[in-house]
Design a binder for this molecule. Structure first.
Ligand code: TYD
Length: 220
């Protein structure tokens, strides 16, 4: 996984549950492909065969691992994701869009719960991804309660009513801390983050994302 010979671009999407990341990724991808770009879309956890097993374990409400165990499982998923999906795509020069990545770990396993010390978490995150840090990160920001309601509607629409995953079941306080954690990161790394108001119409959010994107990468 030698970064120096890679010519692709890694972009991540982050935010609270139900903030609309997946919808926005789909819209952006359609537009980028129409402009002739090779785009690889991926997500965490669960983008590889091993990862999809880890995803089931991680989201299953039957388990209640401590924060270090949870962190190590997410990092194992990430390492596999990087090795099998992200690094090869970057090597080919593709644009890689990931739905959650290093910042989710910082927020969910660090900031939002009394758990792994942030400095240790940062070192482990770096150990796993090395230089494969996102060049650009869209933070889709909306109130945690609004996002949770949307996630619930989505579960209902997909016939998964009542099966909120292990994270969706956590208290609103936790999700409010998740939101604050992402905003804290965005404030600390203004160069990398673009904070987008995700409480609006889908089309308006997409237009903002496209504008930021096309400005940064000179695509029209
Ligand atoms: P998912 O159903 O993919 O949620 P979403 O659609 O909101 O992205 O579930 C992923 C869950 O995993 C989500 O609750 C956030 C959590 N997560 C972490 O706790 N740490 C991590 O490093 C990552 C990548 C995700």
């Amino acid at each position: 996984m030698n970064k120096s010979s890679e010519t692709g671009t890694l972009i991540s999407f982050e935010g609270v549950e139900g903030c609309g990341k997946s919808t926005q990724i789909v819209l952006l991808v359609e537009r980028l492909r129409a402009a002739g770009r090779e785009v690889v879309v991926s997500r965490e956890p669960g983008a590889t065969p091993l990862g999809s097993e880890l995803r089931k374990l991680l989201l299953d409400p039957a388990h209640n691992p401590d924060s270090l165990t949870e962190l190590l499982l997410y990092l194992a998923d990430r390492r596999e994701h990087l090795r099998l999906v992200i690094a090869p795509a970057l090597q080919r020069g593709a644009l890689v869009l990931v739905d959650r990545y290093v910042d989710s770990t910082w927020v969910y396993q660090g900031f939002a719960r009394d758990g792994v010390e942030i400095s240790l978490l940062e070192s482990l995150n770096r150990l796993v991804v090395g230089d494969h840090w996102p060049q650009l990160t869209f933070l889709l920001d909306c109130p945690a309660l609004k996002g949770l309601k949307r996630a619930r509607e989505r579960n209902r629409a997909t016939g998964e009513e009542g099966v909120a995953d292990r994270f969706e079941q956590r208290h609103l306080d936790f999700h409010n801390r998740v939101r604050r954690g992402f905003l804290t990161l965005a404030e600390a790394e203004k160069e990398r983050f673009r904070v987008v108001d995700a409480g609006r119409e889908i089309e308006m959010i997409h237009n903002d994302i496209w504008l930021e994107f096309s400005l940064k990468y000179a695509i029209s």
